[in-house]
Design a protein around this ligand. Structure first.
Ligand SMILES: NC(=O)c1ccc[n+]([C@@H]2O[C@H](COP(=O)([O-])OP(=O)(O)OC[C@H]3O[C@@H](n4cnc5c(N)ncnc54)[C@H](OP(=O)(O)O)[C@@H]3O)[C@@H](O)[C@H]2O)c1
Length: 340
């Protein structure tokens, strides 16, 4: 049978993710039609973007998720039956599987305006690494930092949500490139983790510290590169402390996204003028054609022990709601994945 987690009800703005938002149903394992293939899910990822589905909101590339639909999400798995010439049985893919044991894929990638169905050429054990350190989180960290941020050895790089999935990888890659890294995270435990496990040079606890004062203390010559996962007040405080020719990478805005009415923008953006600085957003799927090359770099660093995976693994499809709850409540460090 194919177990599926379906959305039972929507959440409202600001409402915490609770475990009762989904119903587990079962149906027969589907058969692939002409040009289709069947994927058996091995693991599922989590993403702040999934909040839009829970709220019934339109997201960047998807229509609202209706009540009763299978929860949307990215997964990795094996092709176990195929009527598609490019996807052989026994091969592996990462794609939008949804929260279910089996999914039908068509490989033509027409469901999104960008490509997201990725062939896994070099499957690693455990496979969930291809959703995290060696997958979408790793690619967001890699391209955002290196392509948009262009860090140089000796630069001071500040990373928000540094104890999170993308942030913990950004910090490690910045260290690999010879930068000084200041991580921002919520609470003393997370700050200890980013110092001791991720390896940042200094940590700011945005829930208890004066962010502005700490940035002045840890970045006396200003912030050369800021990798922003959160937006809001933290972005504003970094804008205030930019170095000349600083670069701000806008990756995400978990602190303000989906807020209605939208919150006011940063007050200190004028500093982009005074510091001749740049602020640029990016979208990881635009780099789709370069994923394989990035995976090679990430995998080499991983195998050499230079990039530590930070996956927190939840076990079983039934644990997917708990993993998402953990992401939004900020309970755990690192990348939240579900191993089926
Ligand atoms: N541009 C792209 O293509 C792209 C691709 C992937 C991901 N993203 C974005 O990248 C960001 C990171 O993604 P991720 O999957 O690694 O998630 P994540 O950082 O693990 O997100 C969860 C963490 O966000 C932090 N957080 C929650 N509310 C916050 C708030 N109000 N202020 C500050 N921090 C808050 C919490 O950490 P604390 O306990 O430290 O608060 C929580 O642990 C997200 O914004 C995501 O949307 C963008």
């Amino acid at each position: 049978m194919n177990r599926q987690l379906r959305l039972r009800r929507n959440i409202t703005q600001g409402e915490a993710v609770s475990l009762d938002l989904f119903d587990m149903t079962e149906s027969a394992i589907p058969s692939p039609g002409e040009g289709q293939f069947l994927v058996k899910t091995a693991a599922l990822g989590t993403s702040p973007a999934q909040r839009a589905y829970l709220m019934g909101s339109e997201s960047r590339f998807h229509p609202p998720l209706s009540i009763g639909e299978i929860m949307r999400g990215r997964g990795v798995g094996e092709v176990i039956k195929s009527n598609h010439k490019d996807f052989k049985e026994g091969s592996y893919v990462a794609c939008s599987t949804g929260w279910q044991d089996y999914s039908i894929q068509d490989g033509d990638q027409t469901r999104m305006p960008v490509k997201t169905l990725q062939k896994i050429h070099n499957p690693q054990d455990p496979l969930y690494l291809h959703l995290g350190t060696l997958g979408a989180s790793g690619f967001a960290a890699y391209f955002g930092l290196l392509d948009i941020g262009m860090p140089k050895a000796g630069d001071t790089v500040v990373v928000s949500s540094c104890a999170g999935g993308v942030g913990s990888l950004v910090a490690q890659i910045a260290k690999l490139k010879g930068c000084r890294v200041v991580g921002i995270a919520g609470g003393p435990e997370k700050c200890a983790w980013i110092k001791n496990t991720v390896g940042v040079d200094a940590a700011i606890d945005y829930k208890n510290d004066d962010i502005d004062a700490k940035l002045q203390e840890y970045c006396p010559d200003g912030v050369n590169v800021y990798f922003d996962n959160v937006g809001g007040n933290i972005l504003d405080m970094v804008l205030k402390n930019l170095a000349i020719k600083g670069r701000i990478i806008i990756c995400g805005l978990i602190s303000t996204e989906y807020h209605e009415p939208p919150l006011p923008g940063p007050r200190h953006y004028y500093n982009l003028i005074y510091k001749r600085a740049r602020m640029e957003g990016f979208f990881v799927w635009d780099y789709f054609e370069q994923f394989e090359a990035a995976e090679t770099d990430l995998m080499n660093w991983y195998k050499q022990g230079k990039l530590k995976p930070t996956e927190r693994v939840f076990k079983g499809l039934e644990a997917a709601p708990e993993a998402l709850q953990s992401l939004f409540a900020g309970v755990d460090t690192g990348i939240k994945v579900i191993e089926l």
